[in-house]
Design a protein around this ligand. Structure first.
Ligand code: NAD
Ligand code: TDX
Length: 352
């Protein structure tokens, strides 16, 4: 059953739909909610790639708008036209946030504030304000120790980010909760664990390691490799977002995870095995600054209240399928690694 806020023929504004999760979400939603139409607002930062959506770009239910979530002029006309906003757009790579915090603060914090203010304006003008869905991360809860495996993040765990990326996502997340409490916006928030799947920018560990191995290069494993992440297939994440959008209450917050905790060493060994390579391909490198040790999601609330749990994330099969996708799509990742994907916008949209 869908809630009244989300009609079967809803117009949905997706921000950051040219990135990894956003592009998978656009494809997943068009397939699974045939009545929806989707506007994709993306500024095409380095991780925004129109080639992630070439298969659906001519679908009459889909519209791409190049624009920046930090600009009210870009955002407001689109927010006015839609029933729901699903807000993915963000700077997403922890290592980049260590090199330069600036874009993380402007896109993640200020950009989210502009999005929320646009929704608020519709409401204060007496219109029907869209539901605002914030795609958050488990990293806002900080880091768990390795010697207490029973500890997990629940939605009641205090927000205690330890890095620039997670602090910027925590700022955005807390703004969403503030706009719900203060202005009565109808918000939903998910805090999800690490995603894997097709079209992930090859700076993140799985596509980086797979494509390095295909190119005959070693894989740079940070520190002792014992840091733990909980891996979720991106389509499971997309399905969870739709479930929370349709069944969650206004102001609700849900953790999303894969029940799939792995050390980086375990992940690396499995990738190497799937690629038919040897352990000599691992290069142990200096650790990431402030490297969070372990993330672990307690999924009880999502399962109990919404009835959702992952069905596509079980290893080794799910990882094998993803590794195979990169092996089978060298044209996609070679154009990303070389920067050639950036020409696509000009070719496709010049003069439009
Ligand atoms: P990504 O870097 O692949 O994609 C981000 C997209 O946002 C890009 O298309 C980029 O062009 C766009 N964008 C960035 N700044 C923008 C701006 N100012 N205006 C308009 N568009 C802008 O990231 P991703 O891995 O797909 O992550 C998407 C969202 O999910 C992020 O909010 C991230 O914090 C969250 N998240 C990611 C993971 C993960 O494992 N990747 C896990 C939990 C939550
Ligand atoms: O070269 C590498 N070597 C390495 O050992 C890279 C890029 C990563 N790592 C380690 C660091 C992490 O422990 O692998 C683990 C995963 O790293 P990333 O792929 O950079 O992801 P992470 O830092 O865990 O953050 C991701 O999950 C949560 C996403 O990038 C975030 O957007 C999301 O919120």
């Amino acid at each position: 059953m869908t809630s009244k806020a989300i009609r079967d023929d809803a117009k949905v504004l997706v921000t950051g739909g040219c990135g990894f999760i956003g592009s998978n979400f656009v494809r997943f939603a068009l397939e699974n909610r045939p009545g929806w139409s989707i506007i994709n607002l993306d500024c095409l930062s380095y991780s925004g790639n129109l080639e992630n959506l070439t298969d659906i770009e001519d679908d009459p239910r889909y519209e791409f708008v190049k624009g920046d979530i930090r600009n009210m002029e870009d955002v407001e006309p689109l927010v006015k036209r839609c029933d729901a906003v699903i807000h993915f757009a963000a700077e997403s790579h922890v290592d980049r946030s260590i090199l330069d915090a600036g874009p993380f603060i402007t896109s993640n914090v200020q950009g989210t504030q502009v999005m929320l203010d646009a929704v608020r304006r519709v409401k204060s003008d007496g219109g029907k304000a869209p539901v605002f869905f914030f795609v958050g991360t488990d990293e806002v809860y900080g880091s768990l120790p390795l010697d207490q495996p029973e500890l997990m993040f629940t939605e009641e765990t205090p927000i205690q980010p330890r890095g620039v990326y997670s602090a910027s996502k925590a700022g955005a997340d807390l703004l969403v909760q503030a706009y719900h409490e203060t202005f009565g916006l109808d918000t939903r928030t998910t805090r999800c664990s690490n995603n894997f799947g097709p079209y992930q920018f090859p700076e993140k560990v799985i596509p980086l390691f797979v494509t390095n191995l295909i190119e005959g290069q070693q894989v740079p494993l940070y520190g002792d490799g014992l840091n733990v992440r909980d891996w979720l297939h991106v389509d499971d994440h997309c399905e969870a977002i739709i479930a929370v959008l349709e069944k969650g209450a206004a102001g609700s917050i849900y953790n999303v995870g894969g029940n799939n905790e792995r050390t980086n060493l375990e992940l690396t060994h499995l990738i190497i095995e799937l690629m038919g390579k040897g352990k000599d391909m691992i290069r142990h490198v200096e650790d990431r600054l402030g490297h969070d040790r372990r993330y672990a999601i307690d999924p009880t609330r999502l399962k109990g209240e919404i009835g959702w749990q992952p069905t596509r994330s079980a290893w080794p099969e799910a990882l094998e399928e993803t590794v195979k996708w990169y092996v089978d799509h060298p044209d996609w990742w070679k154009r990303v690694k070389s920067g050639a994907y950036r020409e696509y916008y000009e070719k496709q949209y010049a003069g439009r």
